[in-house]
Design a binder for this molecule. Structure first.
Ligand SMILES: NC(=O)c1ccc[n+]([C@@H]2O[C@H](COP(=O)([O-])OP(=O)(O)OC[C@H]3O[C@@H](n4cnc5c(N)ncnc54)[C@H](OP(=O)(O)O)[C@@H]3O)[C@@H](O)[C@H]2O)c1
Length: 331
């Protein structure tokens, strides 16, 4: 089969190419073999391409963790799907290809109303947002929430979910007024702050009459951590998803962690066992899929590429200009 490969195994976006001599995977017990119609890009794909991502042992060499497509064949023991079904799902890797073998526990029947492109852009970000909000963040109705990188794929999902499930206020940070407007006008954000020109912690303390926010979802890390600590409420939770600004945070004042009884917790999705992921899949089907099909929740797609233009797709993600998902069609 054909699959996206990396010249010399690691490199920049220009090292990506379509290799037409990759072994076609087979569906093992409990798995589906899916003919991929579309796949979504994620930041970890960039890190994996550069050799900077710690892969889970189940991950194949081929990039890509989310896809949509049709079931080509079934492994032993699969009962929920049949050949020809339209599906979308999350994988440990291998989605940048014509075929992928994936646990049936991580696949979802694709409603007709969702296009291949839209469906392929749902799994990683909506499952991550679900995990960050509920499983790790302990989100509950009435919480005030701060979601950094508001116009990111994860931010877009988390903001809509928090809003729809009764957050008292949803604040966000991003790098431009245009992105702030996008979050307030489309995602239900209460207010947004430009982390480049404003001290978001001070702004949030003003906006909440000094109470702060109950839950913070932070994929930024270094530059934001002290301010997160400063604007978290008593018993607040800070969920660290990534460290886009860097991993080393110096001279952190930990006193508020103690006095405000904060909990700071990191989490990753791809490293989790399939049963943990299956529970999250079911929660997304329950809490998000109805809204995704009736239009209550929106998947924002920045651009759809042919997978033959995968280099340009990676470069667009690297530009940090996007407001939503980058999708590739396997044509
Ligand atoms: N732990 C997990 O399980 C998990 C799962 C999925 C994703 N993630 C991580 O979550 C992050 C977001 O993923 P995504 O797919 O939603 O990303 P995305 O759609 O590509 O958006 C990323 C956005 O983050 C902002 N950003 C980039 N560098 C920044 C920096 N140094 N400081 C502040 N903001 C910065 C940029 O927007 P601005 O204009 O706002 O700067 C950029 O457009 C990634 O780091 C990803 O690896 C973690």
């Amino acid at each position: 089969m054909r699959a996206v490969d990396i010249k010399n195994d690691v490199g920049d976006a220009d090292a990506l190419f379509i290799n037409d001599d990759v072994p076609t995977p087979i569906a093992r017990e409990g798995e589906l073999l899916v003919r991929v119609r579309a796949f979504g890009l994620n930041r970890m794909d960039l890190m994996q391409r550069e050799g900077r991502y710690m892969l889970p042992p189940q991950a194949p060499k081929t990039l890509g963790v989310e896809f949509s497509g049709t079931v080509e064949s079934l492994g032993d023991g699969v009962t929920d799907f049949k050949e020809g079904d339209a599906v979308f799902g999350l994988a440990y890797g291998g989605a940048y290809a014509e075929f992928i073998n994936v646990s049936a526990k991580m696949c979802i029947h694709k409603p007709d109303i969702l296009s291949w492109e839209t469906a392929a852009g749902i799994p990683e970000t909506w499952i991550t947002a679900t995990q960050a909000l509920w499983t790790v963040g302990g989100f509950k109705e009435g919480d005030r929430v701060l979601i950094h990188a508001g116009a990111s794929g994860v931010g877009i999902a988390a903001m809509q979910l928090a809003r729809a499930h009764g957050a008292a206020a949803v604040y966000t940070t991003t790098s431009s007024q245009e992105k702030i407007n996008f979050c307030t006008e489309n995602l239900g954000a209460t207010a947004g702050f430009n982390y480049k020109t404003q001290d978001f912690a001070e702004e949030i303390m003003k906006a909440t009459d000094g109470k702060g926010v109950d839950l913070i979802i932070d994929p930024v890390g270094q530059t934001h951590l002290q301010k997160d600590i400063n604007c978290a409420s008593r018993d607040g939770r800070i969920v660290i998803l990534a460290m886009m600004s860097g991993a080393i945070a110096k001279e952190i004042n930990i006193a508020p962690i103690l006095f405000k009884r904060l909990r700071i917790e990191g989490t990753t999705l791809r490293s989790r066992e399939v049963e943990y992921q299956r529970v999250l899949r079911d929660k997304v089907v329950e809490e998000a899929l109805p809204g995704l099909t009736d239009g209550g929740f929106k998947v924002f797609i920045e651009k759809v590429f042919s997978w033959k233009d995968i280099r340009d797709a990676h470069k667009l993600m690297e530009s940090n200009q996007t407001q939503g998902k980058i999708i590739c069609l396997v044509d």
